[in-house]
Design a protein around this ligand. Structure first.
Ligand SMILES: [Zn+2]
Length: 254
């Protein structure tokens, strides 16, 4: 069963490749079928088998021999691993579906934001719709709608103050609705852990990056999406634990 999940995940990974390449370029994810980015020759069915085609074609386009980016087999493999992780975590339950949709979304958003500095809202839709269903089923839809609104307002406020303070766009609209989406997914308590983790790791990497490139830290622009993804991942698995630990640092007054 674990192998079946991995195998199905490879094909979803293949689809992630299409999404990662086409959505930021505003291209349809349905048409045309996959073709070589170098010579536009349509790719035959045997060229579309995840991982195997890459090995079989020795990493080159069959028609023009242009090298196929390593990104393709890597993303396919990631799809397989995400599905495997879902099965190992939840078995044949809805929590497996939940984790697979969360990890897939985090993965795609991180990749696109890292390469294009944007977070297209379209890629959030499948996981969002899933969570509308799942939150209703778990009886937590009211709390999650409030979480969504709260974090939308909070991020908007941070962006507004950031812009007023730094006199430039410190955070994009994508970061605002991505955080709201994540709060809808994991709830407002985990949302706090998410934001703290994202802000801390972004500051750490930002200073490190500025130090290595010898740039002024105020002039370095890093996409915030990957840090939000990291924060969401940590909050999803260890949010309760971190919150308990954090609250323990401040014993109740009185
Ligand atoms: Zn080609």
């Amino acid at each position: 069963m674990a192998f079946l999940f991995f195998f199905v995940g490879l094909f979803f990974g293949s689809f992630f490749n299409v999404v990662i390449y086409r959505v930021p370029r505003d291209l349809s994810i349905v048409r045309p079928g996959s073709r070589c980015p170098a010579c536009s020759t349509p790719i035959a069915w045997y060229g579309n088998i995840p991982l195997l085609s890459y090995l079989f074609l020795r990493g080159r386009c069959e028609a023009c021999k242009a090298p196929i980016a390593l990104r393709y087999p890597l993303v396919e493999l990631s799809g397989g691993l995400i599905f495997l992780a879902g099965y190992l975590y939840g078995g044949l339950t809805l929590s497996a579906v939940d984790l697979i949709l969360l990890l897939s979304t985090l993965f795609i958003v991180t990749w696109i934001d890292f390469t294009h500095m944007i977070i297209p809202w379209e890629v959030l839709v499948p996981a969002f719709l899933w969570r509308v269903f799942y939150n209703i089923r778990q009886g937590i839809i009211g709390e999650r709608i409030l979480s969504f609104l709260l974090f939308f307002a909070l991020m908007w406020l941070i962006a507004f103050l950031g812009k007023a303070f730094y006199k430039k766009e410190a955070m994009g609209g994508g970061d605002i609705y991505y955080t709201a989406f994540l709060a809808f997914f994991i709830g407002w308590k985990n949302g706090i852990i998410l934001l703290l983790t994202a802000a801390l790791s972004a500051a750490l990497i930002g200073y490190l990056y500025a130090f290595i490139t010898r740039k002024n830290v105020r002039e370095t622009m890093l996409p915030f999406g990957p840090f939000l993804s990291l924060g969401a991942l940590i909050a999803y698995f260890w949010g309760d634990l971190l919150l308990a630990w954090y609250m323990g640092l401040f014993p109740p007054v009185g």
